[in-house]
Design a binder for this molecule. Structure first.
Ligand code: FES
Length: 209
């Protein structure tokens, strides 16, 4: 078992003119979260939880807007966002499936789970199925080691996984509505609104700073 180091910063160009931080988000921040902390910077994580819930990922433009809104540098925002793997920097499928790869799940057979998922869905971790429905991620400990091997499907825990039945469960997930459902925390439902992004292939964004 070793910590896997990966470069999570992606290059980008702004993809739309309208702001990613909506009026509702800004008001919620001002009326709720900013009051809780002595410095605005401390409210960065709740702000990005809202962004993740809205878009299913953290658009590059939201990083710039968050820096301006909180009065900190873009580098400080990037620093925090790229540290936490639950903040995804690219759109994903309608279902984000996060399979734990940390020690308990590794010992309990997470590789077999990923292998069967790969076999039935035809995708490797970080790839999205052709129909745009599912993106599988291999992630660090989900805090449910007693249920190893385990995974999250759009934030909902599934434990004591059996490779075959879990992969079949993924295959049978129903398509989600394309618009207006923010409960799933998905990205493909939003991908249609994102220029340069398709459900099965996301064009890399080019850093503009
Ligand atoms: S190691 Fe997998 S949930 Fe902790």
């Amino acid at each position: 078992m070793a910590w896997i180091v990966e470069n999570r910063l992606k290059a980008y160009t702004p993809t739309r003119a309208e702001p990613y931080l909506t009026d509702t988000m800004r008001k919620t921040m001002e009326d709720t979260y900013l009051l809780r902390y002595p410095r605005k910077q401390a409210a960065l994580l709740p702000l990005f939880h809202m962004v993740m819930h809205e878009y299913g990922y953290i658009p590059a433009g939201a990083i710039d807007e968050a820096a301006a809104f909180l009065g900190i540098t873009q580098a400080q925002v990037q620093d925090a966002v790229s540290f936490y793997e639950e903040f995804r920097l690219q759109p994903s499928g309608q279902y984000a499936v996060q399979v734990c790869r940390s020690i308990s799940c590794e010992l309990a057979g997470h590789e077999a789970v990923l292998g069967k998922v790969r076999e039935l869905l035809g995708t490797d971790p970080e790839e999205t199925t052709e129909d745009g429905k599912i993106t599988v991620f291999a992630v660090e400990c989900l805090g449910a080691c007693e249920q190893a091997p385990c995974a999250l499907i759009n934030g909902k825990l599934r434990g004591n996984l059996r490779p075959e039945s879990f992969a079949q469960e993924l295959q049978q997930l129903p398509p989600l509505p394309q618009h207006g459902d923010h409960s799933a925390g998905n990205g493909a439902a939003h991908a249609a609104k994102i220029p340069g992004a398709t459900a099965s292939k996301v064009e890399p964004e080019v850093h503009g700073h």
